[in-house]
Design a protein around this ligand. Sequence first.
Ligand SMILES: C[S@@+](CC[C@H](N)C(=O)[O-])C[C@H]1O[C@@H](n2cnc3c(N)ncnc32)[C@H](O)[C@@H]1O
Length: 425
Amino acid sequence: MRQTGLSARRTAHHLLMQIIDEGRLMSELVGSGALASLGPEDRARAQRLATEALRGLDRADRMLKPYIKKTPPTHVMNALRLGVIELCSGAAAHGVVNAYVEIVARNKRTQAMKGLTNAVLRKIADEGPEGWAKRALPLTPGWLRQPLVAAWGREAVTGIEVAHFAGAPLDLTARTDPVALADAVGGTVLPTGSVRLADHGQVSALPGYETGDWWVQDAAAALPVKLLGDVTGLRVLDLCAAPGGKTLQLAAGGAQVTAVDMSARRMARVQENLQRTGLQAKTVISDAFEYDEGGYDAVLLDAPCSATGTIRRHPDLPYAKDGSEFGALIAQQETMIDHALTLLKPGGRLVFCTCSLLPDEGEVQVEDALERHPHLQADRSALDIPGVDPAWITDEGGLRLRPDYWPDLGGMDGFYMSVLRHNAA
Ligand SMILES: C[S@@+](CC[C@H](N)C(=O)[O-])C[C@H]1O[C@@H](n2cnc3c(N)ncnc32)[C@H](O)[C@@H]1O
């Protein structure tokens, strides 16, 4: 086996350890240089391996179970999991087994388990892709599965798990013409106007990247701005704006946009995106609660949330998190809605949205806001837009999107959104 293969595997193992044992997110790890010592090929390989292991983790554990009497330390378990993923996708057994035996042997506390690692992975190699295919769909960890089942029912959660296991295609939003973009990149136009690519290489190598003809944005994430209809000339505040997908949509639609985000690092990405696309928006680095310039025609509040709607692309989330932070996020969303309402002119509209699958971060927030503010109304007519299935419309007047929707088109992120009209008190 080439040494480069070992580096990628060791890094994939390190990523799994950090995510599962330390509760770090893959994005944080990548952002803080976890892949920096690798060349581009190994970097991509390490990240792909760790991502596939997280996506299939429950199935890998079930495959390992018959061969393990007592669960070994996480260091060994993660080496075995990565071994299962590789062996079950058809990689040559010899190189894979040697690499993971070496990873286990290099750690003083686990070196005595290299024999076990070798024996278990050889048995997994005998089962190979056929053994993998006959195991059941990987289940979401219980801390998240339970509230999802309570919200959507078992059948829907199975559909969501199918979508999580399949991963996400690449969706692009066109600056101007989705049909021309689909032609240029070899994609298809989705019913809601996003352009989808099932297979793609490096994103920045796609036609139109340099000239800013499009930006990456899941089809579900592209809908909140569409709920505002024609925004030409409107003053719109994009609160919690970074990395800026919705800012770009608003600017491309002709709005006068102010984009606010508290993260300077993430705001730099908004600025890069504006520069690449040649679109205009005012950017303000500020805590949303400290931003008090009002009188906007519309405020788009894409509130910080559990991000449980994005697990197709971030399978680390259910392993890095345990739900303990979500109560604080839910409380913050409520106060952010109240603050956002103070920034609207009378008759203005608030689009509240979250990339969450939890009703407490969507339907319940809007029900509660409507109770707290008797002059507020959910604008149901805003939901009547091309490609939106009326079955997605909720009782309180929002849109619930889930990864199990559009199963034949490749799914979508989980999202919630509602347009609230602020009538004069
Ligand atoms: C869901 S992301 C926004 C995604 C963005 N709207 C887009 O479409 O690209 C949430 C953002 O909220 C920002 N944020 C979190 N708490 C904030 C606060 N108190 N004030 C301002 N921004 C905040 C985070 O930095 C993060 O960029």
